[in-house]
Structures are given as structure tokens and as C-alpha cells.
Design a protein around this ligand. Sequence first.
Ligand SMILES: Cc1cc2nc3c(=O)[nH]c(=O)nc-3n(C[C@H](O)[C@H](O)[C@H](O)COP(=O)(O)OP(=O)(O)OC[C@H]3O[C@@H](n4cnc5c(N)ncnc54)[C@H](O)[C@@H]3O)c2cc1C
Length: 287
Amino acid sequence: MADFAQNNGVKIWLRTTVSSLSVKEKYLEALLKTEEGPQRVYAQVSVIATGVKYNLQTALGLGRPRKIIKGIQVEIKTNDLERLKIYWGSRFSTGFFGWAIPLLDGRTRVGVMTEGNAVNGLKNTLSEVSDYSNTCSELSRAKRRGIAFGTIRRSYSDRIIVIGEAAGQIKTTTGGGIYYGLLSAEIASETIKKAFRIGNFEAKTLSEYEKKWKKTLGSEITFGEYFHKLYSKLSDKSLDALFDAAKKDGLLSYIAKSGKFDWHKNAVRKIIRSPNLRRVLWNEFIG
Ligand SMILES: Cc1cc2nc3c(=O)[nH]c(=O)nc-3n(C[C@H](O)[C@H](O)[C@H](O)COP(=O)(O)OP(=O)(O)OC[C@H]3O[C@@H](n4cnc5c(N)ncnc54)[C@H](O)[C@@H]3O)c2cc1C
């Protein structure tokens, strides 16, 4: 992609940070911090795709996600696991879960997404994955990063479009953002092409982007937030009861058969509507 872009006249600055964006009437000015020193760049339109960094969006009054969840992951050498495993409960995570993903070449990715203590969560997850004794040295290699939870207030403005995690386009059920980011990038490129065609980069023109991505992803993100609100209040005991109820209701086999990897709204809806699961929730919150 980079080669294709460069062959079509794109200039790529590596090891460069955009420190500010100022929107003028006829153009936009970006201040860059490069290895050779500061530089100014002028453009018709700018796409903010800075991941879990929100200084540019905040300065432009576009807001930031409701919260940032802690993410931590390490790659270990083990063949002990054949299938993906998810770890639920307070030993592993507050509000979310831990995971172990075998890459089937002797490596396994072990990680945790949590609102609590990420290192403890990872330590406990590692100890479950196999009889893994070298937990301390693994922890020192672990990569940590925030994960956006919830969208920013507005993902466009005059001459500006925000995409990916920078806009909070993240699955609120699992923290995954690659698929949503790619979908939104496609919508953004259509909107920007249109803006060039009509020669208008005002917020009104670029608002089409937000209308379209929200139509596709908005309710998925909201359902996930709703589910997280319920789920994060459950005790470990209720969580176990919830899984038992899901087994009885056939919900687990429904998810295994019909659940979609990137679309979770229908599964969340089904969980919330299931009578056995409702009973567990009722006992937790009212009973
Ligand atoms: C432990 C962990 C595991 C995950 N696993 C998965 C998974 O299995 N599946 C999945 O879909 N998602 C996963 N995610 C989430 C996924 O990594 C993100 O959703 C995705 O990377 C977001 O893509 P992005 O392009 O929006 O931002 P990023 O990939 O974060 O890219 C943003 C880039 O912008 C650069 N940048 C930042 N600020 C500036 C600036 N001011 N000027 C210039 N450049 C700047 C950054 O250096 C970075 O290179 C995981 C996240 C974590 C933390």
C-alpha cells in the first residue's frame, strides 16, 4: 500500500509526529515534529488516525472516548494449547477478560484487557495457560497499551476526519478495532473523494462520513457498552451461574454456531432476552 501511494505522488514522513492542526478558511496547517526539526505542511483535508492518542482531537473540540481500558499482552513459547481460550473472572480481569491464542507454531499470545491491575491479571492468566513457570521474565517483555472504550463526541469537523481507534471505533465487547477501523477508512475515503470532487471540505460535507459509519457500527458499539455495564457488575459467582444458564438455554451452542466474529449485537440481544440469564441478573441486582 505504501509503495502504491508513493508511486502516485504521496510523501511519507517516518519517525514524525503531528503536534498540532490548525484549520484556516482555505486550507489546513499541520505542524510536524520530524528528525530534522519542525516542519509545516499545508493540506485541503486531514485524516487523524493516531490510535489511542487524543491530543489533536481534544484541541479541535472533538472529545475523547469515555474511558481507556488497560491492555497487556505477551508472546510465550508453548505448545500446550490447541485452541483459543478466554478467561473470565476477577482473578484475570475487572470488567473484561483474559485470552490465550495459540498461533500453532510453538508460540501463544497471552493477554488481558482490564479496568483493574493488568500485571496481576496477566500473571494469573499465564499461570492458567500451561504449567508456565517462567512468568516473571515473561511479564518483563509484556507490551502494554490503552484500548479505547466508547466513541469520541464527533469524528469530523471542517477539513478534518477522524478514523479508527482515534475515533473510538472499537468493539465494546472485545476491544478489537482492526475491522471497524478498516470499514470506517473505506467510508472516509469515499467521503473525501466526494469532497475533492465538489471542492468543499466543510464540516457539513464531511458529516456524511459519520452518518454512514454510525449507521453500520453505532448500534453494535452501544449494545456492547450496555452489555459491559451489566457484565462488569457481576460477581464471580453470578458469572459462573450465567455460564451455566447459557449452557442450559442453548445459548453457548447458538453463539458457537451462529455467532459472528465481528458482529456481536444479536448475541448480546439474545443473552439479555434469555429467561435463565435474566433470572441470574435479577438475583444479582434485585434479589
Ligand atoms: C493487547 C492488545 C491486543 C489487541 N488485540 C486485537 C485483536 O486481536 N484484534 C483487533 O481487531 N484489535 C486488537 N487490538 C486493538 C487494535 O490494536 C487497535 O484497535 C488497532 O491497532 C487500532 O488501529 P488504528 O490504526 O486506529 O491505530 P494504531 O494501530 O494505534 O495506529 C496509530 C498510529 O499513529 C501513530 N501516531 C499517534 N499519534 C501520532 C501523531 N500525533 N502524529 C503521527 N503519528 C501518530 C502511532 O504511533 C501509531 O503508529 C488489541 C489491542 C491491544 C492493546
